[in-house]
Design a protein around this ligand. Structure first.
Ligand code: ATP
Ligand code: MG
Length: 569
């Protein structure tokens, strides 16, 4: 019955993801928040209800496989049920109350999904972390957030115990997995077996805090970002419709680790808002060949990947794979180089749509099936966001001029925008300028509204009066067959102040090439494909680049090394 469907799920009940026009949606899309909203009740339970009465998309909510051949499928009713059991565990044996914080550090196991929905149902604020966090990171996160409980697996329990004594707020530790018996720890499996699904969902206000995400830490220490029940629970309707292009029939595989906001985007909120299937492969490490095989041997329709994974996949023989069900591929988190796009499309016959966004936001900007794709541009502002290029004071700049990517936040705060950096009021004030939230990224916007990414604020290079974005130079370099990956930063120079320097990882075929000749060749190549003044005057060949745990290049590290080398003080 239609009455039981919330506006959010009903907007997907008959939605056809292949039939929408960007210009129309941009003009007409409005997202208004109800006073009360709860993703567990208003999305999960609604789909469970629809499913129970035989009107679902027919696919499971969660389809989980691991690399040992195990498989599990959960319907929305099962997700709803599991999350109720776990909500009672959080409020009962874990002694948590609404607004308390729980840190969840788990690999891609089904329990992660149950715990997320459970915390939302109980009003407990969840903060996800990757299993790669070191004891020092754990201590920092627990103390910074004041977390009372940590849920993790046997592999990470040692790291937690190493620092638990220095974490005064931490009261309860829970271990996931049957083998996880440990003194001082509760066992998740035991507790859920004994729990009941008799629970009233908290009637959360849309504006109540729901999750705390730590940013990726690409530019410095990760920042604690607060999202509310509506900003992610409802705001990701934008991500679902316009970035992922989902409908109830979709089966979406997103590669992100559970520790990052990107996993919340594409493996939790957006697909379940749309009533789609979340496909999960629990495997320890990214492997391009296994990834391609998985896409080829399963009816996955939608694929979401970081650009760094694409860079490795296109080096495989893409032509040898057939992807029977796949039709919508997207990449986000870092810029998508035109060359990558070209090779992916040639090899797979499929487009690769780009998405731009942050931990602080939902999907903000991207390319869409109904607009022409301009390689090198991140596409256009998403419906629901008013994006402009602004100066440091928040004044809108003329088209074509470089400036900050700004999101209008006055007089109306966009639904998907975070509320604040926790315990960092000064930082929060520094990113609000005029009527805009400043993303910390630099770009230009052309007359047609396409946004052209240059780089992060601090990554833009100033040489001989020119401003050069690393993205364009890196995109030029990667077109050369010798370049697997590169990072472009500023380097000190006596004459010019600073110059462009490229750190380059060579492809297999060029590993033993003469570096002097190759340096010259890459410089000539860059001069040919970009404006000549952008060519890297310095090139260093390296075996690896410094990256965040989530695989983003940390140019700041390379830059600091460059400048310290010349000027040790
Ligand atoms: P930190 O804020 O801790 O330094 P981070 O900014 O990498 O880390 P995230 O919130 O995960 O943390 O990433 C958002 C950033 O990623 C954006 O601000 C932008 O710099 C970059 N980004 C995301 N998508 C794109 C894209 N399509 N093109 C270019 N850059 C992108
Ligand atoms: Mg950031």
């Amino acid at each position: 019955d239609v009455k039981s469907i919330t506006p959010i799920t009903s907007s997907f009940a008959t939605y056809q993801s292949d039939k929408w026009d960007y210009a129309t949606e941009k003009k007409s899309f409005r997202l208004t928040c109800p006073k009360h909203f709860n993703f567990a009740r208003d999305v999960i339970d609604k789909w469970a209800h629809t499913e129970k009465f035989g009107r679902s998309g027919g696919n499971p909510a969660l389809w989980w496989v691991n690399d040992k051949g195990r498989e599990l499928k959960w319907s929305f009713q099962e997700v709803s049920h599991q999350s109720k059991l776990v909500a009672n565990v959080l409020l009962g044996p874990c002694r948590l109350h609404p607004t308390d914080i729980v840190i969840v550090m788990l690999p891609r196991v089904p329990q992660w999904w149950a715990i997320n929905v459970a915390a939302i149902r109980a009003g407990v604020i969840l903060s996800p972390g990757t299993t790669l966090l070191r004891p020092g990171d754990i201590k920092y996160r627990v103390n910074a957030s004041g977390a009372k409980c940590i849920i993790t697996n046997a592999d990470c329990a040692d790291s937690v115990d190493e620092v638990a004594a220095d974490c005064p707020s931490l009261e309860t530790k829970v271990i996931v997995g049957e083998e996880g018996k440990r003194p001082g720890w509760l066992n998740y499996e035991e507790l859920t077996r004994r729990s009941t699904d008799n629970i009233q969902c908290i009637n959360s206000l849309s504006t109540d805090p729901m999750t705390v995400f730590f940013t990726s830490g690409t530019t410095g220490s990760p920042k604690m970002t607060e999202h509310t029940h509506s900003s992610y629970g409802l705001g990701h309707i934008i991500t679902a419709k316009y970035f992922l292009n989902l409908s109830r029939k979709s089966i979406l595989w997103n590669l992100s680790d559970t520790g990052w906001a990107k996993c919340a985007w594409s493996s939790l909120f957006a697909p379940w808002i749309a009533g789609a299937t979340v496909f999960v492969q629990d495997a320890p490490k990214f492997d391009p060949i296994r990834t391609l095989q998985t896409l080829a041997s399963n009816p996955i329709t939608h694929f979401c990947t970081p650009p760094t994974a694409v860079r490795f996949m296109i080096k495989e023989k893409l032509h040898n794979y057939k992807f029977p069900a796949l039709f919508h591929c997207v990449s986000a988190g870092e810029p998508v180089n035109p060359e990558m796009l070209k090779e992916w499309t040639e090899g797979t016959g499929l487009n690769l749509y780009e998405g731009y966004g942050q931990t602080e936001t939902t999907f903000v900007c991207g390319s869409y099936p109904s607009i022409e794709q301009r390689p090198g541009s991140m596409g256009k502002a998403a419906p629901g966001y008013d994006v402009e290029i602004v100066d440091d004071e928040g004044t809108v700049l003329p088209r074509g001029q470089e400036g900050n990517i700004g999101i209008r936040c006055k007089p109306v705060w966009p639904v998907g925008l975070f509320t604040r950096y926790i315990d960092d009021e000064a930082r929060m004030q520094s990113v609000l300028r005029g009527d805009y939230y400043l993303t910390g990224d630099k770009a230009t916007m052309d007359d047609e509204g396409y946004v052209w990414f240059m780089g992060r604020n601090d990554d833009v290079i100033l040489t001989s009066g020119y401003r050069i974005g690393p993205f364009e130079v890196e995109s030029a370099l990667i077109e050369h067959p010798a370049v697997l990956e590169s990072a472009v930063v500023s380097s000190p120079d006596k004459l010019r102040g600073e110059v462009v320097k490229a750190f380059v990882i060579l492809t297999e075929a060029f590993r033993n090439a003469d570096t002097e000749a190759l340096t010259f060749e890459l410089q000539e190549h860059t001069k040919r494909v970009t404006a000549p003044y952008k060519y890297p005057r310095k090139i260093e060949f390296v075996d690896s680049l410094p990256k965040t745990v989530s695989g983003k290049i940390r140019r700041v590290e390379l830059r600091n090394k460059e400048w310290r080398r010349e000027n040790p003080n």
